[in-house]
Design a protein around this ligand. Structure first.
Ligand code: NDP
Length: 337
C-alpha cells in the first residue's frame, strides 16, 4: 500500500521532503472491518492548512501520519455485514491507495453510481460550500452584481451558476483567457476578468458598472484589493477562503491597508462573515443536495473535473491546484474501478 506521509511541515509550497511516498504492508482484516480501494482522491486547498501546525479550526496532520483527504472508494473485501464487496463509498481515507475501516463515517454511494467522483465535488463539499456561502451569507437578490474569483474551480463555478439561477449579474475572476472564456461561454457568467492582466482592477471596475453587491471571497490578495473600492453600501462578503495566501511565508509588501479596509466596512455597512462548511452548515446538506440534483438534471449547472492519472502525481497535482494550473475540480485517479 502506497501512502503519502507528512515527514515535515512545509515552508511555502510543500515539497517531496515534506510529503514522501512510503510503501507499507496492509494488516489482515479484523472482524467488522472493510478493505477500501481508493478510486478517486479529492485535492482541496484546505489541505495546505492541515500540513501546518498554525492554530486553526481543525487539528493538523501529525508528522509521520498519512496526509488526510476525502476519497471515493470501492469495497475490496468485507468482514462487515453492512458492506458488500464492490460497492462504492465516500470516505475520508486520505492520500493512500488502500485503507482499512470499521465502517464508521462511510457514506454509501451504491453498487454502480453514475458519477461516483461527483461526491467529491459538485454534490459534495465544494458544491455545498458554494451553495451555503452564497445563499445564506451572500443572500443575493435578483438584479444584484455578484463577483467570485477562482471562477472555474469547483466552488467558484458553482457560486456563479447558482447566482445566475437567482437572477444576478455574475462577474468572475480567473487566471488566463481560456478559463475566462469558459466561464462566460459555458458557465453563463456575464463577464470574467483575467487577474493576470496589468489593468485587472480597471477591467473589473468596468465590468461592475453598478458596483458589487456580493463578493464571494475565495482568494484574497490583489483580487480583494481591486474589489474593495467597488463594494456597494450594504454589500455582503461570504469569506470562504484565501487561497492566494496559503503558501505565503511573509506578510504582503506595501503600506498597511487595514485602516482602509475597516473604514470601508464601516462607512459602507459591509457584512463580512467567515464560515467553515460542515461545522456551520452540516445540518443543511439535504437542502443543498435536493436543489443541486434538480439543477444538474435540468442542465442548469455544468461541472468540470481536472482528473490526474496516477497516485505518484498527487503532490504535484496539489501544488498545481494551489498555483491555478488546474482547470476544474482536482481529482486524482488512484486506482481503476
Ligand atoms: P480551486 O480548484 O478553484 O483552486 C484554487 C484556485 O485559486 C486556483 O485554481 C486559482 O484559479 C485560484 N488562485 C490561486 N492563487 C490565486 C491568486 N493569487 N489570485 C487569484 N486566484 C488564485 O479551489 P476550490 O474551488 O476547491 O476552493 C476555492 C476556495 O474555497 C479556497 O480558498 C478554499 O480554501 C475555499 N473553501 C472553503 C471552505 C470553507 O468551508 N470555508 C470549503 C471548501 C473550499 P485561477 O487560475 O482561476 O486564478
Amino acid at each position: 500500500n502506497q501512502q503519502f506521509i507528512l515527514k515535515s511541515r512545509p515552508h511555502g509550497a510543500p515539497t517531496q521532503e515534506n510529503l514522501s511516498v512510503e510503501t507499507t504492508q496492509l494488516p489482515a482484516l479484523a472482524e467488522d472491518e472493510v478493505l477500501l480501494r481508493t478510486i478517486y482522491l479529492s485535492l482541496d486547498p484546505y489541505m495546505r492548512g492541515r500540513m501546518s501546525d498554525a492554530k486553526s479550526y481543525a487539528d493538523p496532520v501529525e508528522v509521520g501520519d498519512v496526509m488526510v483527504g476525502a476519497t471515493v472508494c470501492q469495497v475490496e473485501k468485507s468482514q462487515n455485514s453492512e458492506f458488500t464487496q464492490g460497492e462504492w463509498v465516500l470516505a475520508y481515507t486520505g492520500w493512500q491507495q488502500y485503507a482499512i475501516s470499521n465502517g464508521e463515517g462511510l457514506m454509501k454511494l451504491g453498487e454502480s453510481p453514475s458519477n461516483p467522483s461527483y461526491a467529491l465535488g459538485i454534490m459534495g463539499m465544494p458544491g455545498f460550500t458554494a451553495y451555503m456561502g452564497l445563499l445564506d451569507i451572500g443572500a443575493p437578490k435578483e438584479g444584484e452584481t455578484v463577483v467570485v474569483a477562482a471562477a472555474t474551480g469547483p466552488v467558484g463555478a458553482t457560486v456563479g451558476q447558482i447566482a445566475k439561477i437567482k437572477g444576478c449579474k455574475i462577474v468572475g475572476v480567473a487566471g488566463g483567457t481560456e478559463k475566462c472564456k469558459y466561464a462566460v461561454e459555458k458557465l453563463g457568467f456575464d463577464a470574467c476578468i483575467d487577474h493576470n492582466a496589468d489593468d485587472f482592477a480597471e477591467q473589473l471596475s468596468k465590468a461592475c458598472d453598478k458596483g458589487i453587491d456580493v463578493y464571494y471571497e475565495n482568494v484574497g490578495g490583489k483580487v480583494f484589493d481591486a474589489v474593495l473600492p467597488l463594494l456597494n453600501t450594504a454589500a455582503r462578503v461570504p469569506l470562504c477562503g484565501l487561497v492566494s495566501q496559503y503558501n505565503a511565508t511573509e506578510l504582503p509588501q506595501g503600506p498597511d491597508r487595514m485602516g482602509a479596509l475597516m473604514g470601508h466596512i464601516l462607512t459602507k455597512r459591509i457584512k463580512m462573515q467567515g464560515f467553515i462548511i460542515f461545522d456551520d452548515y452540516g445540518h443543511r446538506y439535504d437542502e443543498f443536495a435536493t436543489d443541486m440534483q434538480k439543477w444538474l438534471s435540468e442542465g442548469k449547472i455544468h461541472y468540470r473535473e481536472h482528473l490526474i492519472e496516477g497516485f505518484e502525481n498527487t503532490l504535484d497535482a496539489f501544488n498545481d491546484m494551489i498555483a491555478g494550473k488546474n482547470f476544474g475540480k482536482t481529482v486524482v485517479q488512484v486506482n481503476q474501478p
